[in-house]
Design a protein around this ligand. Structure first.
Ligand SMILES: [Cu+2]
Length: 327
């Protein structure tokens, strides 16, 4: 009960106002225990979402407090004891105009920043990189059409997570995946999202980027983000899609530009070698090429692992410093 009370939006907003920070209680890139509010922002769109959320919360709290005070006043001033002969007035034109016009003005005040935010989300800036996410039952495929790279991302089972945790790499339950999406820091990424033609609707979401868009079979939808913080950012399929809906997380790792370049190089090479392996008729040679491909993929994984280790030492889960960094 107390928790529900604490989690109500006006209470949360009041708490935020008192604390002077909107994101202090939430982690960045993933949910944190006892979290209130939104996950910390790591992209321009997410920052604007936070500002809008705070703004609307202030209005909600003001209205709730106003109505509460009014009710208390009426209860004391107009109860039977203090006001034995009630007034017979039924109309007051000025008051009626006011209680119609004031809510309209409040709605207009909310609409203006709301449309501005919507415009920001749907006015795609020039992209530095295109990512394509395809939802399957029940995993994601991620591709970089310009670079000729593509791979599947599946949720890690407990044994694989334990292994990573043993190497001091964070691998949260129901969020960690085998192949993370790698993107460079401070670059605009346009994400094209779709689902398997014979599949169902999914939704590609990363809360800290303010990115959320349905993956619809036979259609391409899109969302953009420009990550402003290094690290790992998790999301989950956000459209009820079937029995394993809860087990198709999305993980995006933001790395330095040079790390991204090294990773794409290895992935591209692996791709080329893989192609020549499938065209190779000589069995022995093909085996060699496939081995080479495996080594290149391992190299790419190693680059990601190295970046992950460095990032894990730096920050970021449920810390206020992550939030101030994002501002
Ligand atoms: Cu799904």
């Amino acid at each position: 009960m107390l928790r529900r009370l604490l989690c109500s939006a006006p209470a949360a907003a009041l708490a935020m106002l008192l604390l002077g920070a909107s994101v202090a209680w939430a982690g960045m890139g993933q949910p944190s225990p006892g979290e209130m509010g939104l996950q910390a922002a790591a992209s321009p769109v997410a920052e604007e979402i936070h500002k809008f959320y705070d703004f609307v919360n202030i209005i909600i709290v003001a209205i709730a407090v106003f109505v509460l005070l009014l009710l208390i006043y009426v209860m004391y001033r107009f109860n039977e004891r203090s006001n034995p002969t009630p007034s017979a007035v039924t109309h007051n034109t000025a008051l009626e105009v006011a209680w119609t016009v004031v809510p309209i003005l409040i709605l207009v005040a909310i609409a203006i920043p709301s449309f501005r935010l919507l415009h920001l989300q749907y006015s795609y800036p020039k992209a530095d990189l295109t990512l394509k996410a395809t939802g399957y039952q029940w995993y994601w495929e991620h591709a970089y059409p310009e670079l000729g790279i593509s791979f599947e991302s599946r949720m890690l089972d407990d044994a694989s997570r334990e292994e990573l945790i043993g190497q001091n790499l964070p691998a949260p339950r129901n969020l960690a995946v085998d192949n993370e999406v790698i993107v460079p820091l401070n670059k605009t990424v346009n994400t094209l999202v779709t689902a398997a033609p014979d599949g169902v609707i999914h939704d590609w979401t990363i809360p800290s980027f303010g990115s959320k868009v349905d993956a619809v079979p036979g259609r391409i939808t899109s969302t953009w983000f420009k990550p402003t913080v290094e690290g790992i950012f998790y999301g989950q399929c956000s459209e009820l899609c079937g029995k394993d809906h809860a087990f198709m997380p999305i993980a995006v790792r933001v790395v330095k530009e040079e790390v991204f370049a090294a990773w794409t190089d290895a992935m591209k090479q692996a791709n080329e070698v893989g192609k020549s392996a499938s065209g190779e008729k000589d069995k022995e040679k093909r085996k060699q090429l496939l081995q080479q491909k495996k080594e290149l993929l391992e190299k790419a994984k190693g680059i990601v692992r190295q970046a992950a280790l460095e990032q894990a030492g730096v920050r970021q889960f449920a810390k206020t410093e992550g939030a101030s960094q994002a501002k």
